[in-house]
Design a protein around this ligand. Sequence first.
Ligand SMILES: Nc1ncnc2c1ncn2[C@@H]1O[C@H](COP(=O)(O)OP(=O)(O)O)[C@@H](O)[C@H]1O
Ligand SMILES: [Mg+2]
Length: 278
Amino acid sequence: MENQSQDNKSSFAEDTAIQTMNLTREFGQQTAVDRININVRQGQIFGLLGPNGAGKSTTIKMLTTLLDPTSGTAIVAGFDIVDEPAQVRRRIGYVPQMLSADGALTGRENLMLSAKLYRMPGSERAARIDEALKFMGLENSAKKLVKTYSGGMIRRLELAQAMLHHPVVLFLDEPTIGLDPVARRIVWDRLLDLRRDYNMTVLITTHDMEEADQLCDELAILHEGRVATIGKPAELKAAIGPTATLDDVFAQCCGVMITEGGNYRDVRQTRSTVSRLG
Ligand SMILES: Nc1ncnc2c1ncn2[C@@H]1O[C@H](COP(=O)(O)OP(=O)(O)O)[C@@H](O)[C@H]1O
Ligand SMILES: [Mg+2]
């Protein structure tokens, strides 16, 4: 086990964007993330699913170098998050779970702050900001204060901030929570466009089964800090039964199902498919 991370590093495939190696984070007595091993190829949209407290945000914080693992590590965009965090940071974009845009500034001002944060040369800033505003359909709102934006516009502005420096990997923690179906669809489309136009790899966390099913090429369901299952949405469903939904997969992994709004209901008795098969 001790040598596994060395072996993994030497066998690191060219097109791997994220590879975790027994990635672990403890908080005191609690193991929030417990030896997870996931592999994400470049250009994939990968979903991390799981109930509240499963360890999704802690995983993202480690992969974005904001939090040190207590053991294990990961390679992100070709660099080790523990040994080479500055190299990793240069190649990633991150949209946190909590809103991160400043409401008292305009959209353009928020983007200018990000450009400075990423140490983008002064001569490139205006062009990159225009590109990101256009990409996210915010050209006409650039001069308005962000506090006047809708939830969907704020999320798109945060995506614009995170893509400004053309990262190799984009990390999004619950990017569509609280958005109406139309705004959510627009965010999905922009993420698909980022993949198409920039070959960006996207790792998202979500509660939303429809999002996981329709947007993600591959999923890992986390439960109590561990990977309960991993695979393509269609494969995960097929493994349970011909008519299974992703809710059934989730219920079987976690013993709970998600009700609308992201709450969980115990389903050990209520989900007939799962109780029959599981
Ligand atoms: N900074 C922290 N200090 C102590 N415990 C934490 C901290 N951050 C997260 N945790 C705990 O780790 C577990 C996983 O949390 P988190 O990664 O936020 O889960 P998720 O994003 O899947 O809802 C939870 O039990 C949470 O209470
Ligand atoms: Mg979270």
